[in-house]
Design a protein around this ligand. Structure first.
Ligand code: FNR
Length: 182
């Protein structure tokens, strides 16, 4: 099973990217996490580009990787109480063409880290709403990591007290992507 991960942060030392890297260690056997790192290459959405068929390369890549993935895990920072613009922009691209977009029916889980006290909760709530509108199948498990500057060691390893929640999110996402037994 393949889980595509996307970090909503473009910051080189991003806590959200670290969170996704740690998720790898909590994935059940046989589940591969693939990190999509081309967010910075996605140009601002312009409806005309869709109409004329001139799709940017990074958008083609995102759509293809979403289609190939069994599930998607997104970690988002919070900027001024909401989703980073770059992430929203990429999801707007991925939501087209509607309704047969690459996110439709795809199991998606959202987690988030922030240096504030609430772990990007508002951004996560907004992101879940946006993804729901695209047609993604949202997974209920949540992980809000506050004070992220204190949650990782020098090698980027997540403090053990957060492992259980991260594992629950990954397990619930993987469970949602399993074919239902006959
Ligand atoms: C922030 N940050 C922030 N944190 C928060 O909890 N709520 C917020 O509304 C905001 N707003 C905000 C706006 C802008 C423009 C920046 C640059 C930052 C702080 C944010 O949580 C922190 O920078 C995290 O480290 C961002 O995540 P990454 O980049 O480490 O993944």
């Amino acid at each position: 099973m393949r889980v595509l991960t996307i970090s909503g942060s473009l910051r080189p030392d991003s806590y959200n990217r670290k969170l996704l890297r740690n998720a790898e260690e909590h994935a059940p056997q046989g589940v591969v996490l693939e990190h999509w790192d081309r967010l910075a290459e996605v140009p601002p959405f312009h409806g005309l580009r869709t109409d004329t068929g001139e799709t940017p390369d990074a958008v083609d890549d995102l759509r293809r990787r979403l289609e190939e993935a069994d599930a998607v895990l997104i970690a988002t920072p919070e900027y001024n109480g909401s989703i980073p613009g770059a992430l929203k922009n990429a999801l707007d691209w991925a939501s087209t063409p509607f309704p047969d977009n690459a996110l439709r029916g795809k199991p998606v889980a959202v987690i988030g880290a922030s240096t504030g006290g609430y772990g990007a909760m508002w951004a996560q709530a907004d992101l879940r709403r946006v993804l729901g509108i695209t047609g993604a199948r949202m997974v209920g498990a949540e992980l809000a990591l506050p004070k992220a500057q204190d949650a990782f060691d020098d090698d980027g390893r997540l403090a053990p007290q957060h492992h259980g929640r991260l594992e629950s999110v990954v397990n619930e996402l993987v469970g949602a992507a399993q074919p239902i037994a006959a």
